[in-house]
Design a protein around this ligand. Structure first.
Ligand code: NAP
Ligand code: GLV
Length: 311
């Protein structure tokens, strides 16, 4: 089996090589810069695959995403759509995302960002508290990550939880909303909105001024999904009006976030550099290796996505 590390930079390739060498030292992973025969490549390990190479991989059998999301593959203009696409589903990433979301929820619930601004002004100013049962938290997307985040918030005492997905869910402790018609009912009166949707044609720009208007005044936004979910100018407008009091953002329309971007200087926005749930080759390599074995045996890979749905 010949594997191509099909990513915008070679960053991380040695970690994958190390992990695969533990189970099958004969497995070769080529970097894009190395000499390889395109027709011999069976599987690509893809992250933001650059244009111009898919058409040359004439015997490709699997496009394996190196992340949980696949939008970075689907947007490749010359993607070979007849080849199945698999993604990573890893408990380690669900745990990371749960930690990230809990951090954001706690900073809103305990008003830590507000106290940080009081500290800069040398102000001693105790505020009224929130109560778990009144503090409404909504999660857009109740898949692998949204489901894990909901479970961890419940475990941490947040009992006023809602989730929105395409299909109805019955998860104990979570009020389920399904489909576009239910979006504003889901959002009405939320204190925290967390986006954990995949990026698709339908979910692009979903975090916009009309959705923000449904939330409680002063609500908090957490977006660790994709930058294109958020209409950035609408967030600045909502912060200005006070409709949104703060945001924790991990992903941006342009990454790295350009130094001239207004978000950097907005003290109500906390920025992290797309690290909410990083792929861990130590835990994820087992399933990727298993997919390679499956392809070798002409079996379907695990964790395939539906190209029609885009996730
Ligand atoms: P997933 O398991 O595929 O779940 C997606 C959820 O979104 C499902 O509940 C799905 O509804 C719902 N959904 C999709 N399209 C919808 C629509 N049009 N309307 C309503 N609901 C819709 O995805 P996941 O593994 O949880 O990952 C979510 C995203 O997180 C990834 O795609 C990626 O972009 C992002 N991510 C970010 C990081 C980071 O470090 N920042 C790390 C990993 C992943 P159904 O259940 O009804 O299908
Ligand atoms: C990260 O953003 C991922 O999709 O895994």
């Amino acid at each position: 089996m010949n594997i191509l590390y099909f990513t915008e930079t070679e960053r991380g390739i040695n970690r994958w090589r190390e992990e695969f060498a533990k189970v099958d030292p004969s497995l070769t992973i080529y970097g894009l810069d190395e000499a390889y025969d395109p027709a011999s490549i069976d599987v690509v390990l893809a992250w933001k695959p650059p244009q111009g190479i898919f058409p040359s991989l004439t015997n490709l059998k699997l496009t394996q995403s190196l992340g949980m999301g696949v939008d970075h593959i689907i947007k490749c203009p010359d993607l070979n759509k007849s080849v199945p696409i698999a993604r990573i589903i890893d408990t380690d990433m669900s745990v990371q995302m749960s930690e990230y979301s809990l951090y954001g929820v706690l900073s809103a619930f305990r008003k830590f960002r507000q106290y940080a601004s009081f500290q800069s002004a040398l102000e001693w100013s105790p505020q009224s508290r929130h109560f778990h049962e009144d503090f409404a938290i909504g999660i857009l997307g109740l898949g692998e990550l949204g489901g894990a985040v909901a479970a961890s918030l419940l475990q941490n005492g947040f009992t006023n939880l809602r989730g929105w997905a395409r299909s109805e869910k019955s998860i104990p402790g979570i009020q389920s909303f399904a489909g576009n018609d239910a979006l504003y009912d889901f959002a009405k009166g939320l204190d925290v909105l967390i986006c954990l949707l995949p990026l698709t044609k339908e979910t692009t720009d979903i975090l916009n001024i009309n959705l923000f208007a449904q939330l409680n005044t002063g609500a908090f936004l957490i977006n660790p999904a994709r930058g294109e979910h958020l209409v950035e100018a609408d967030l600045l407008t909502a912060l200005e009006s006070g409709q949104i009091s703060g945001a924790l953002l991990d992903v941006f329309r342009e990454e790295p976030l350009p130094k001239s971007h207004p978000f950097w200087k907005e003290s109500r926005i906390e920025i992290t550099p797309h690290i909410a749930a990083a792929t861990n080759p130590r835990t994820a390599s087992e399933q990727v290796f298993e997919n390679i074995q499956r392809i070798k045996q002409n079996q379907a890979a695990l964790n395939l996505i539906d190209l029609e749905k885009e996730y």
